[in-house]
Structure formats: structure tokens, C-alpha cells
Design a binder for this molecule. Structure first.
Ligand code: UGA
Length: 470
């Protein structure tokens, strides 16, 4: 399957060395454009299994770090494999140089960002730019090359935006002269590298059968010990599968939050027990039924909005998704309402916030639920002290000196009038009622993620748990 390529001297040496070091021959050579979460995990995943990979980004600083074997973000397991792959020559980072990347590899994954526009639709500028560069490079390449879109793009994008750009810039015909696939990712932050090397499913949307076959073979080799279910489909179905999956998970969260909000009005009702019992029904399943302050992160909020915008542009009003979003928008503010009710007003009160990241085990604060909570508390005249095991540096770029940053959970709750638990970090689960009663001015705890046992806490302090009937 390998085509003869003209290599630069250093890359040729590395490929030869890498091939010999593990006795691997004829493995397709892979390039990845974009070295964010998805791109870098994909690049390192393949490299860690002996494939030769070029990781390409326009950001010179990122590439310099990658080439020193340093991961540009934290993901369990990634740093070790990255450093190993750089050292053994299976992975190499390059700045730009799309011509070289295309000429020296057999297939290219595109994993550039697709941010939201103000109206919720996705901004395709990075996809368009990557496609333009790949198209120009394909013009100079005689051998068949596959381009695989891994970025999350709305249905129709690969067919109607990427394909025309590739064809125009290359002067060639998709499906005949080059291959085109759409292969969505399902990686979770915090386990993105593990999810890369142990996938539950692989979705391959292909424009042409040949590139779909090439990609299927690649994955069968990559997952040789445990090949997951492989779904072959059209480009637009593959694109929709990604949005439908994330929107379904977001729907489960907004649904259980709706039930939680009802439980609060039903004496004796508890959403945790409702969710546990519901989850035992195989048709529902237990996951993503943790009621809380809503979903955040770089994916669910953006993807639900994009699917809504896409659906509306097609002339269909997705009322279910509108409601999912509406519930998620108001859910975090419930923590502020609880606080206001318990304290009889927020003016001049000192509020402790435990957790800033959008979920535990990450420092990512994109669309973190804590942002509207803190903004509202400040707006109503409260002073805020926050603690997060890792996200404080990011929080400082958002809130600057508008809030105080504590160095520990104890420092955070010291002399506070009330505390809101926003992110369910493991270290917060170990806190006892005494930790709060001994340190706070008034022991009022709002458990926004249901990590504490109400029976234990209720008897010792004023305790409000989300989704628990009074
Ligand atoms: C999500 C999906 O889980 C991945 O499958 C997908 O590939 C990824 O988006 C993506 O599109 O790239 P991620 O954003 O890393 O992954 O985070 P999740 O673990 O799914 O959590 C998202 C948010 O939902 C968090 O704010 C979390 O606190 C919240 N959540 C999750 C709940 O409120 N309740 C739950 O039961 C589960």
C-alpha cells in the first residue's frame, strides 16, 4: 500500500529508523493537520503503535514543544507516549509546510478547530484554509492521497465545502484522483488518549469507496488486538452521527436536570435515586444521568448550538434541542438562587466556590458553569473566593482580580457565608461536615453536583442539595 516518496534527508532517516526499530514495513504514513486535543491524541496514538506520523500546525510554539517531546496540554497517558514517539522517530512535528506533509504521507487527518459564530453556527475558516492548502499540495502529488476530516463539522460540510475547495485548488477530481472521508471523533477530555487507543466505535463516512477501504484497513491494523465496531456510511451521515451523539448526551443531562428541578418541589423526592433506578433499564442506561449545574466544555454547548442552527437553516425547528439548551442556560443560576434564599440576599456576603473547571481532571474552563454563577454573584454584590486544584491560572484570565483565589479548599471556605460546590473533584468528596462548620462564618453548603450524603450533612449544617425535595 506504500507509495514511493521523496523524503527530506532527516525525515527519511527517521522513517527508516522507525521502521527498523519495530520491524514494521508497509504501514501507511500518516499526517495530522491541527495539534489540539483531537489532532495530537490521534497523531500520538498512531505513532505509539509504530506508524510514522507528521503532526502539522501553524503554531510554531506548539510544534517546538511537540518536537521536544512535551505535550501542549494535560491528558493522562499522552505525555509519556508523545515523548517516546519523538525519541524513537515515529512522530515529528512540522510548522505549516502542507506540501511536504502531503507528499511524504499517504493520508491526512484534518483536526483543526471549528469554533462557534455569534449565531451558534460553526465557523469554517480553519477547515477552509486547511482544505485550500491540501488542495494546492495535491496538485503537485501524482499518487493517490486520502484526506480525512476529523474536525466536528455540520452535515454537508465535507461534501459542499471541503470537496469543492480540494478539487478547485488541486485541479483534480475527488474519488478518482484523491480520496475523501469524514471520520468523527468521540474523545472525552480527561481520557482522550485512552479513548483514541481503545475506541468503542469507528465511523467512516466516505465520498469514494477506495478511501473508505484505506481508512477501514488502517483502523483494523491500528486496533488489531480489539477491533471496535466499524460503521461505513456517507459523509453527511458520519457528520450527523457526531452531533447526534453529543446532543443525545446533552439531552440526557438536561432531562435529568429537569427531573431534579421537579424533585425539589416534591417533599421526600431525590433525583439521585430516580436516576439510579432509571439507569437500570437497559434502554436508558446509567451514564450521563448525574444531575448538576449543567453541561459545559468545548463540545456539548457548541455542538448543540451548531445542530440547532444547522436544523433551522434546513427549515426544521428542533424544539427538543432548543429546550435542552434552555434548561442548560438557567441550571447554573439555581446555585445563586439557593444562595440568595439561604442568606436572604447576596449584597456584602462572602461566597466560597469549590471548583472552576468545566469538569474534574481538566483545567479547561470553556463554557464552565461556574462562569455565569460567579458573574451573577458579583452582579448582586457578593465577594467571591474560589479554589480549583488546577484551573486557577485559567480563571485568572477570565476574572482577573474580580475574585480571590485560594490555594486550598480550606483557605477557600474560611470565614465564608456560604459555599457552592461546582466541580466534583475527588479531593472535595473527602471534605466532612466538620471541615465546613469549623471554618465557615455560617455553615451553608450548596451541593451543585450531589457529591455529599444529605443524611450526614443535613444534621450538622445548613445543606442544600440539588434535586432533593425539602
Ligand atoms: C464530550 C463527549 O462526552 C465526548 O464523547 C465527545 O467526543 C466530546 O464531548 C467532543 O465532542 O469532543 P467532554 O466535553 O470532554 O466530552 O466532556 P463530558 O465528560 O462529556 O462532560 C461534558 C459536560 O457534561 C461536563 O460539564 C460535565 O460536568 C457534564 N455532565 C456530564 C453532567 O452534568 N452530568 C453527567 O451525567 C455527565
Amino acid at each position: 500500500m506504500c507509495n514511493p516518496y521523496i523524503f527530506s534527508a532527516s525525515w527519511y532517516f527517521q522513517l527508516t529508523y522507525a521502521g527498523e526499530s519495530v520491524g514494521l514495513r508497509n504501514l501507511p504514513k500518516i499526517s495530522v493537520i491541527g495539534t489540539g486535543y483531537v489532532g495530537l491524541c490521534t497523531a500520538v496514538g498512531f505513532a505509539s503503535k509504530g506508524y510514522n506520523v507528521l503532526a502539522c500546525d501553524v503554531d510554531g510554539e506548539k510544534i517546538a514543544k511537540i518536537n521536544q517531546g512535551i505535550a501542549t496540554f494535560y491528558e493522562p497517558g499522552l505525555a509519556e507516549k508523545l515523548s517516546e514517539s519523538i525519541q524513537n522517530g515515529h512522530l515529528k512535528g512540522v510548522i505549516g509546510q502542507t506540501d511536504r506533509v502531503i507528499s511524504e504521507t499517504d493520508l491526512t487527518f484534518v483536526a483543526v478547530g471549528t469554533p462557534s459564530k455569534p449565531d451558534g453556527s460553526i465557523d469554517l475558516k480553519y477547515i477552509e484554509s486547511a482544505a485550500g492548502n491540501i488542495g494546492k499540495a495535491l496538485k503537485k502529488k501524482d499518487a493517490y492521497h486520502s484526506t480525512i476530516i476529523k474536525s466536528t463539522v455540520v452535515p454537508g460540510t465535507t461534501q459542499n465545502t471541503v470537496k469543492p475547495i480540494l478539487e478547485k485548488k488541486s485541479g483534480k477530481v475527488a474519488g478518482k484522483d484523491f480520496g475523501l472521508c469524514m471520520n468523527p471523533e468521540f474523545l472525552r477530555q480527561g481520557s482522550a488518549f485512552q479513548d483514541t487507543v481503545n475506541a468503542e466505535r469507528v465511523v467512516i463516512g466516505s465520498f469514494d469507496t477506495r478511501s473508505g477501504d484505506v481508512l477501514e484497513d488502517l483502523y483494523k491494523g491500528f486496533y488489531s488486538e480489539h477491533v471496535p465496531a466499524i460503521i461505513r456510511t456517507s459523509l453527511s451521515t458520519a457528520e450527523l452521527i457526531k452531533y447526534a451523539s453529543n446532543s443525545m448526551l446533552a439531552t440526557k443531562i438536561s432531562f435529568i436536570n429537569t427531573i431534579a428541578n421537579m424533585c425539589e418541589k416534591i417533599p421526600g423526592a431525590d433525583v439521585k435515586v430516580v436516576a439510579k433506578a432509571m439507569g437500570l433499564d437497559k434502554r436508558i442506561g446509567p451514564l450521563f444521568l448525574d444531575a448538576g449545574l449543567g453541561y459545559g466544555g468545548s463540545c456539548f454547548p457548541k455542538d448543540v448550538k451548531a445542530l440547532i442552527a444547522c436544523s433551522k437553516s434546513l427549515g426544521y425547528d428542533p424544539v427538543v434541542l432548543d429546550s435542552v439548551e434552555a434548561v442548560n442556560k438557567t441550571q447554573p443560576l439555581k446555585a445563586v438562587t439557593f444562595c440568595r434564599e439561604e442568606l436572604g440576599g447576596l449584597e456584602g456576603k462572602s461566597i466560597a466556590i469549590l471548583g472552576l473547571a468545566f469538569k474534574p481532571d481538566t483545567d479547561d474552563m470553556r463554557e464552565a458553569r461556574v462562569i455565569p454563577i460567579i458573574n451573577q454573584l458579583l452582579c448582586e454584590g457578593a465577594s467571591v473566593t474560589a479554589y480549583d486544584p488546577v484551573a486557577a491560572p485559567i480563571a485568572k484570565t477570565i476574572f482577573n482580580d474580580k475574585i480571590n483565589y485560594a490555594k486550598s479548599a480550606f483557605e477557600c471556605i474560611k470565614n465564608a457565608d456560604a459555599c457552592i460546590l461546582v466541580t466534583e473533584w475527588e479531593e472535595f468528596k473527602k471534605l466532612t461536615p466538620e471541615d465546613f462548620t469549623k471554618n465557615m462564618k455560617q455553615p451553608i453548603l450548596i451541593d451543585g453536583r450531589r457529591i455529599y450524603d444529605p443524611e450526614t450533612f443535613k444534621t450538622k449544617m445548613r445543606f442544600v442539595a440539588l434535586g432533593l425535595g425539602k
